[in-house]
Design a protein. Structure first.
Length: 175
């Protein structure tokens, strides 16, 4: 059975996910959740997100999508397009015996994979936050919310959040 695709994202109430190449908030409690959601899985990201993170994510297969032929950073597997990223991620998921592949952004990569995803694990950052990168609209006729948990602002967090899981209506999509 092939692994399914989950988009893991933190998004402000106005849809913003990034500003000037970074995330416009500081929420350590969400970074913990991000780790728990992605460890042990292949993760797919765009080249700009790779550069924003600045290092390979440990205990995950880091697959970076880029059109640059010569791009070969340490600790990442390079894919020249989304389809190749998904093929590699499937093989790696099979090798790990894991049932999910995580897409971790950014905006360009979410927009190109939301149509193939089965699940969206979304942190909603409470606030209207200025930025230049947004998450694509999750069409409510295609996606249903299956859980929501309010997460009060931790001592070191810039914002309170809610953690929402959405699933594709009907049969699960597969890569
Ligand atoms: N809030 C969150 O959860 C979250 C998560 C991740 C990122 N972010 C934020 O989002 C922003 C980055 O997002 P972004 O949309 O600007 O960039 P991105 O999606 O991270 O990366 C875009 C790059 O990916 C490559 N790419 C995209 N589509 C491709 C395709 N079909 N085939 C081959 N390569 C492809 C290109 O790289 P080349 O130019 O090298 O060809 C493109 O420039 C940052 O602000 C980051 O902090 C937020």
């Amino acid at each position: 059975m092939s692994a399914s695709l989950v988009l893991v994202v933190a998004m402000a109430e106005n849809g913003v996910i990034g500003a000037a190449g970074a995330m416009p908030w500081h929420i350590p409690s969400d970074l913990k959740r991000f780790k728990a959601l992605t460890v042990g899985k292949p993760v797919i990201m765009g080249r700009k997100t790779w550069e924003a993170i600045g290092r390979p994510l440990v205990d995950r297969d880091n697959i970076v999508v880029t059109r640059q032929a010569g791009f070969s950073p340490q600790g990442a597997i390079i894919a020249g397009d989304i389809d190749h990223a998904l093929i590699m991620a499937q093989a790696l998921a099979e090798g790990r015996g894991c049932r999910e592949i995580a897409v971790i952004g950014g905006g360009e990569i979410y927009a190109q994979t939301i149509g193939k995803a089965s699940r969206i694990a979304m942190t909603i950052v409470h606030g209207q936050i200025a930025g230049d990168t947004a998450f694509p609209e999750a069409d409510p006729s295609l996606w249903q919310e299956v859980s929501r948990e309010a997460c009060p602002r931790g001592e070191k967090d810039s914002h309170a959040t809610s953690f929402v899981v959405m699933e594709r209506r009907g049969a699960a999509a597969r890569t």
